[in-house]
Design a protein around this ligand. Sequence first.
Ligand SMILES: *Cc1c(COP(=O)(O)O)cnc(C)c1O
Length: 474
Amino acid sequence: MKTLFERSVAGRKCTILPACDVPETKPQETREKALRLPELSETDISRHYTQLAKQTFGVNDGFYPLGSCTMKYNPKVNERTASLEGFTEVHPSQNAQGCLELLKTAEQYLCEITGMDAMTFQPAAGAHGELTGLMLIKRYHELNNHPLRKKIIVPDSAHGTNPASSSMCGFTVVNIPSAEDGCVDLEKLREAVGEDTAGLMLTNPNTLGIFDKNIKAITDIVHEAGGLCYYDGANLNAVMGIARPGDMGFDCIHLNLHKSFSTPHGGGGPGSGPVGCKSFLADYLPGEKIAEENGKLCWQPRGDASIGAVRSFHGNFLVVVKAFTYLVTLGKEGVPMVAKNAVLNANYIKHLLEGTWDVAKKGTCMHEFVLTLEELKKETGVSAMDVAKALQDYGIHPPTMYFPLNVHEALMIEPTETESRETLDEAAAAFMDIWKTIQENPESLHDTPHHSPIKRPDEVNAARHPVLRYPFND
Ligand SMILES: *Cc1c(COP(=O)(O)O)cnc(C)c1O
């Protein structure tokens, strides 16, 4: 496909401006060379972007079982409320009562769902929330005279951002292996905790889609050693309305509003990763808090113990508007239904696949599960990458590949709660069809996808050396 620069024709325009009635400034007088912007008609531009849009794949195009990312359908009504002028045309410094009330109510709802006492909406994404939550833990130890507590324990079933955030916050990461059943190994945890433990960071359900059955024992072990417990709640759609991290003994948590609470994501934002905590950590939260004065809501500084601001103003407010709309639409009965359907859908498709494909951990899963193609690769040479790419030819987005790291040739499948039984049946049929091809002609899978404009890009090179400028040849 040609770029806009390649389509450019000198002198072509898509605007007709009125005659200039002020002295003209020649570009040469203000800069050495005129800007080399592409010159195109509106038709060219419109077709260019439509063509680009047709080549992309989103939740509105088809099944998108990208494990851990919760690529569910986001109701359009969320966008409608988030585009109301009362929300879009307000300055964050205005004490607009409606906006403050929405934030306050959203905080109450999410605290109720998570079992936390206070929350900040400042963090702009999940990993940003992790960093913020860890800063609360750090602050707690600093102010309570525990200068030696510098280690964060992270089980190997944690999301990849957990060790990264701990390290970025200045902690030393202590990795502990999982037990055979995919849960935290309690013995290893007991050995790992000590006087230098700042806390534990747990992804639950973990990256294998397993809810840790020893969750209360885990938080007890960490607390007894003097550490705090952090819950990565990015996957809360698996448990919301059913079980609360606060009741499991966790002290702080982040949520991904742009996953569980329905904001389109995957294109780079905007997101929101609110951090909730128990009351003893609330004074350390960043940003300002909502208070009431003379019957009116207003912003108030949190005080000297606060870790300070982690982002400007009050975070990505419109994402909170979407999440709030979603919660109000669902109601108290709808929230647990989301979790039940997320778990039901994952177990349904797992059940359809498991007679043929190798599931990494047997038994009931939560909202996602992991296939391992290790044996299949040994026998046929077909890799997880080959199968993920082959799925594209069936109009299915590839699952998450080669993650978690403790499963070889992994494909991590998260159907989400918004898919119908028919879609899940079709997806399972695609997997079975690919299985048949592997038996008959494994070689043919090495150059899949056969029908996509781009087949197997060099992903490392694309990420490390992105070409972001058009290389003019003069
Ligand atoms: C997606 C995810 C994150 C990171 O969230 P971002 O918004 O991408 O920073 C953290 N933990 C888990 C379990 C996730 O699924």
